[in-house]
Design a protein around this ligand. Structure first.
Ligand code: AMP
Ligand code: ZN
Length: 468
């Protein structure tokens, strides 16, 4: 497998540290509000990555943190007059519901920052001892980026030039240089009752240290993959590297993968710009989670994804087309039709699909393999050459594709699950038509319709499907 490693800005062959096991850390949500679909673009990318690793035979241990203490969670919980834990619980719960709705596979661990403060304090102690951190005039603890020679390497920021002229009045910032960042924030009145004891007095952790502490606890000092949206690269990920590598004296992460933005009218979707949709907004507009998932996964993760409602409409049509295709395949599969076994085209599709995904999650090529198989299978069916075993093989391959996509629901199109009463009516209509009793056949069609089923005439004969 190959991935584009942001750290080296090049595609690299992927080798996990420990045999078949992949340890992966994903920066999770700040739980002060509902996540928007820009956030979910990042989580869907990580889901596709995780599913692809498993598809290619790896075992994955994934950690996604929940940032349940920071400036925003404190600000909004105080404004609402609700205790921080209770305030964030609502958004944690809705986040997990949204993950499930979008069929995002669960990570192995979802550590919460508020439950890991002692681990953060331990790292800060080491950084102070080693001279990478200092106590600021405001009694907060800062990381001195000038002490870490590799600072700026991930984001490719030239710190030599950055540093010139950035000295600021210490009374304004409480720190020596603007690029320095807080590891520990001394309590002030804006924090209310959100406070922990530390060897340096009461306060709370900075945001970046959360991820260093939680990744180390669950994945060790060095692990395989770290992911996030591109806006996390600087300063968040740069700071994670500086903290972890300075404290532990070893490499933090082997492969950094970042996804590009979901944009609306050329601008990043974000809460601050107010140009966002939550998953709930889109579902209320009548789009299904499958359709939204299809839109979010269809663009390569390193390209910007331009979100439009029109794309959701197209997704609806496309998935309907696939459903109809599966219905036809099921009916051939359930018949005793002799014909093509489809073995070769299925094998070709699987190979193309796998190698596309293994090549830095090349989604366009993976989709091309999917559409090619659909096209060829349709051709066989239209010409009456598809056999029952061929249809079975094609259906099996679409189920296999769905291990990554999770949108097709191949088996729900199986009319084997049509109730006996409906099948009986359909058969009665077929014989009525054969006997030229069109009044009766029309009547049955209407009756089926009123029961929520529509008749479709296919090359393999008439069949019913549930009305949408
Ligand atoms: P936040 O809750 O702001 O920390 O963001 C959670 C995740 O969503 C991070 O990985 C961000 O990089 C990512 N993210 C935020 N906005 C977008 C966007 N418009 N497109 C893609 N990813 C985003
Ligand atoms: Zn993080």
């Amino acid at each position: 497998m190959k991935f584009f490693n942001t750290y080296t800005r090049s595609e690299e062959e992927f080798h996990p540290i420990s045999g078949n096991e992949v340890k992966m850390y994903t920066c999770g949500p700040t739980v002060y509000n509902y996540a928007h679909i820009g956030n979910f673009r990042a989580y869907i990318f990580e889901d596709i990555l995780r599913r692809t690793l498993k598809y290619c035979g790896y075992d994955v241990v994934q950690v996604m943190n929940l940032t349940d203490v920071d400036d925003k969670t404190i600000r909004d919980s105080r404004a609402a007059g609700i205790a921080l834990d209770i305030y964030t619980k609502k958004y944690k719960d809705s986040f997990f519901q949204d993950l499930e709705t979008l069929r995002i596979e669960k990570a192995e661990h979802y550590p919460e920052a508020t439950r890991h403060v002692p681990g953060m304090i331990e790292i800060i102690k080491v950084l102070l001892e080693k001279g990478y951190a200092y106590i600021g005039e405001d009694k907060s603890i800062y990381y001195s980026v000038a002490k870490f020679a590799d600072y700026g390497k991930l984001a490719r920021i030239d710190m030599e030039n950055q540093r010139a002229g950035v000295r600021v009045k210490t009374d304004e910032y409480g720190k020596d240089a603007v690029a320095d960042f807080a590891l520990w924030k001394a309590w002030d009145e804006n924090d209310g009752d959100v406070v922990w004891d530390s060897p340096w007095g009461r306060g709370r952790p900075g945001w970046h240290i959360e991820c260093s502490a939680m990744s180390m606890k669950y994945l060790g000092k060095t692990f395989d993959i770290h992911t996030g949206g591109i806006d996390n690269m600087f300063p968040h990920h740069e700071d994670e590297i500086a903290q972890s590598e300075a404290a532990n004296g070893c490499r933090f992460v082997n492969y950094w993968l970042h996804c590009e933005y979901l944009i609306v009218n050329g601008q990043k979707m974000s809460k601050s710009l107010g140009n966002f949709f939550t998953l709930r907004d889109l579902i209320a507009k009548g789009y299904s989670a499958r359709e939204i998932r299809w839109v979010l996964l269809g663009t390569h993760y390193r390209n910007k994804l331009n979100f439009t409602l029109d794309a959701c409409v197209q997704a609806k049509n496309m998935l309907q087309k696939f459903s109809d295709f599966f219905v036809r395949l099921h009916s051939v599969r359930n018949s005793s039709a002799a014909g093509d076994s489809a073995g070769e085209m299925v094998a070709k599709a699987k190979t193309a699909f796998t190698s596309a995904l293994a090549s830095d999650l090349n989604i366009s090529e993976a989709l091309a393999a999917v559409f090619a198989l659909e096209h060829e299978a349709n051709k066989l069916m239209e010409t009456g050459k598809m056999g029952a075993s061929g249809a079975e093989a094609v259906l099996g391959q679409f189920k296999d594709f769905d291990r990554i996509f999770a949108v097709f629901d191949v088996d729900s199109a199986d009319t084997g699950s049509v109730p006996a009463e409906i099948t009986a009516l359909l058969e009665e209509r077929t014989s009525a038509k054969k006997n030229k009793n069109y009044a009766r056949s029309d009547e049955i069609r209407k009756q089926l319709q009123s029961m929520g089923w529509v008749i479709e005439d296919t090359p393999a004969g008439p069949r019913v499907k549930q009305a949408k």
